[in-house]
Write a protein that binds this ligand. Structure first.
Ligand SMILES: Nc1ncnc2c1ncn2[C@@H]1O[C@H](COP(=O)(O)OP(=O)(O)O)[C@@H](O)[C@H]1O
Ligand SMILES: [Mg+2]
Length: 594
């Protein structure tokens, strides 16, 4: 409940709507309760006329008109309030989704390492639907219901204190019985949601990589996994629902007994002359009015419970710690403390949780330098460059960017300083233009120039729609080399002074690689570049090579120096011409193909 309150209290912009709905509910209740009163008057009038002790036809007609009026007013008020209720829930959905999305933007990379895309989406949809459904039923039914119950209590108290006492007992009993079932119900609900989330996560992943599924004939296997997860929720639902409905029988049985007592009181007191027939009818209608919501209360409790589970799941994500100095913070930039060195690692040790991947790294990279990293696959090369983008926080030692410790800089400053081209081109659906100018503004002229330098203009010009060609999800309609040249063009437009090339051409065939390499050569001009490459020929042209062994820096030196030092690089160079299986395997272990 606390979480639901948290949602209400943080959506102040919706308060006018909340208030409108509340007032509407009071008015609806007023007109609903008016009906039985008028009818009670009419019955007493009819009885008087039959007994010849007063009353008139005109009075009866007016009473009928009053019933009509109350009922029309009721219809109008119900629909106006219903409209406000719909608007409340629609706007609530927008606000909650926006906040969730914004939160996702603020979460650190480590969060995404541990969550599946589909899981995140499935959780978002479910939790927000639960909360907005609740808002809707709360405003459209729960509120009017609570007010009706209150009014019924007051009116019956005026006529018969006993009756009021009886009714007062009914609701707490109902709530108590509900509370007893709710805890267990929620545990089941949560475990079902987890199964849905896992299935949803897999679902999105599979749809996104359908080609792999098809090529490995894994359709059946994927279907079975999916079925398994979903089928498990049927068992859970069976237990959950059985329990819920058994408790509902108990609940309703108890209530029926209490209502039985209520009717006995009304009948007896009318028979002994305490109430007129009109009042009896009024009281019976009021009790019915009080009884009706109790029946629908089970459903409302259900909605409320889902909202409680949903809002808890929502806030589990919302309460995750932000990435410090998140990129969404307005781009205040700090002055750089030095022009040179551009990047410095000072006694950096780092791991993702279990064991260190990098140990005691000391390294200085100067302005304009090209530095290549060589090390075994899984040896921490990508990790090292991740730290320069501050995708993960460095806790032991320090990484300095132009003299500033990286964790003192706003993230936006860090990431606008570092450009990247990865092995996976990582494009988005949309046009080539959208992708090249991702996250920035670019004129047509700038687009063409970047495409030309990235060696991409040739193929783009041949496309019927040129820069406005839709490239499909992740750029699936382009070849690997084309995608990569677009990502080179994207990096050119970003124009960051530090460049990271992490196996930028390793997913490509030789021909495509040459095309992309031409673009990369252009991209590297005038930038400090860190290269993780899979060809010794690429590496031989750099200023310095850094070799990693067991998470530590082994050697640092120019290609010529390291070629003569007898270390890893020299060894790899010696192996590269070899046709021996063992030699080739060793090269591969170092992510080197020739
Ligand atoms: N996001 C991550 N979470 C946990 N462990 C990771 C993550 N990324 C990489 N690792 C681990 O860190 C080590 C170094 O990986 P990486 O830096 O990618 O190596 P390289 O790029 O040299 O092949 C590997 O053992 C890998 O399993
Ligand atoms: Mg890597």
């Amino acid at each position: 409940m606390r979480n639901i309150w948290r949602i209400i209290s943080t959506t102040r912009e919706l308060w006018p709507l909340f208030v409108g709905v509340t007032i509407g509910a009071v008015a609806i209740t007023g007109t609903t309760i008016l009906g039985p009163f008028i009818i009670a008057r009419a019955i007493d009038t009819v009885v008087a006329m039959v007994q010849g002790s007063g009353g008139s036809l005109t009075e009866l007609v007016w009473l009928a008109v009053a019933v009509l009026g109350a009922s029309l007013a009721n219809s109008i008020l119900t629909n106006v309030t219903g409209y406000w209720g719909d608007m409340t829930s629609a706007r609530l959905r927008v606000i909650l989704s926006q906040r969730y999305y914004e939160k996702l933007m603020r979460l650190p990379q480590s969060y995404y390492d541990n969550e599946l895309t589909g899981t995140i989406i499935s959780r978002l949809n479910r939790s927000i639907t639960a909360v907005t459904d609740f808002a809707k039923s709360f405003s459209n039914s729960l509120f009017p219901m609570l007010i009706t119950i209150f009014a019924v209590l007051v009116i019956s108290a005026i006529h018969s204190p006993w009756l009021a006492v009886m009714l007062v007992v009914i609701y707490p009993v109902f709530l108590l019985l509900t509370a007893m079932t709710s805890k267990r119900w929620q545990v089941w609900e949560h475990s079902k949601n987890e199964a849905y989330d896992i299935a949803g996560g897999r679902f999105a992943e599979v749809v996104g990589q359908m080609r792999v599924v098809k090529s490995f004939l894994a359709e059946r296997h994927e279907l079975e996994r999916f079925d398994e997860l979903y089928t498990s929720t049927i068992g859970t639902t069976a237990a959950q629902s059985r329990f819920w409905h058994l408790m509902d029988i108990a609940r309703r049985g108890t209530l029926d007994l209490l209502f039985f007592g209520t009717f006995v009181i009304i009948f007896v007191q009318t028979a002994n002359g305490t109430f007129s027939v009109g009042v009896m009818v009024l009281l019976i209608q009021l009790v019915e009015m009080a009884r009706h919501p109790v029946a629908s209360m089970s459903w409302l409790v259900d909605t409320t419970q889902r909202a409680i589970t949903g809002s808890r799941e929502y806030f589990t994500v919302m309460d995750e710690p932000d990435e410090p100095f998140t990129t969404l913070d307005t781009g205040r930039q700090l002055p750089w403390l030095a022009e040179d060195p551009v990047v410095e690692f000072d006694k950096v040790s780092f791991g993702y949780g279990d064991g260190d991947v990098l140990k005691d790294i000391n390294l200085t990279i100067h302005k304009g330098e090209r530095v290549a990293f060589v090390g075994e696959s899984g040896g921490g090369k990508t990790t090292l460059v991740n730290l320069i983008m501050r995708l993960y926080p460095v806790e032991r030692g320090a990484v300095l960017l132009r003299g500033n410790p990286i964790d003192t800089l706003p993230l936006s400053q860090v990431r606008s300083t570092v450009g990247t081209v990865f092995q996976d081109a990582s494009l988005f659906s949309g046009t080539i233009r959208d992708n090249m100018a991702y996250g920035l503004e670019a004129t047509d002229e700038q687009l063409r120039e970047a495409a030309r330098r990235a060696n991409a203009l040739g193929f783009i010009s041949k496309l019927p729609k040129g820069f406005d060609t839709e490239i499909g999800e992740r750029g699936i309609k382009l070849s690997g080399g084309q995608k990569q040249r677009i990502s080179v063009a994207r990096a050119l437009l970003k124009d960051a002074p530090i460049l990271i090339l992490d196996e930028a051409t390793s997913a490509l065939d030789t021909k495509a690689e040459r095309a992309v390499q031409a673009g990369l050569d252009e991209l590297m001009v005038g930038r400090t570049t860190l290269i993780i490459a899979h060809r010794l020929s690429t590496i031989s042209a750099v200023d310095r090579i850094v070799t990693l062994r067991d998470g530590r820096i082994d050697e640092v030196g120019s290609p010529a120096e390291l070629a003569a030092s007898g270390g890893i690089y020299a060894e790899l160079l010696a192996l590269q011409g070899s046709e021996r299986k063992a030699d080739k395997a060793k090269l591969r272990r170092f992510d080197i193909i020739r």
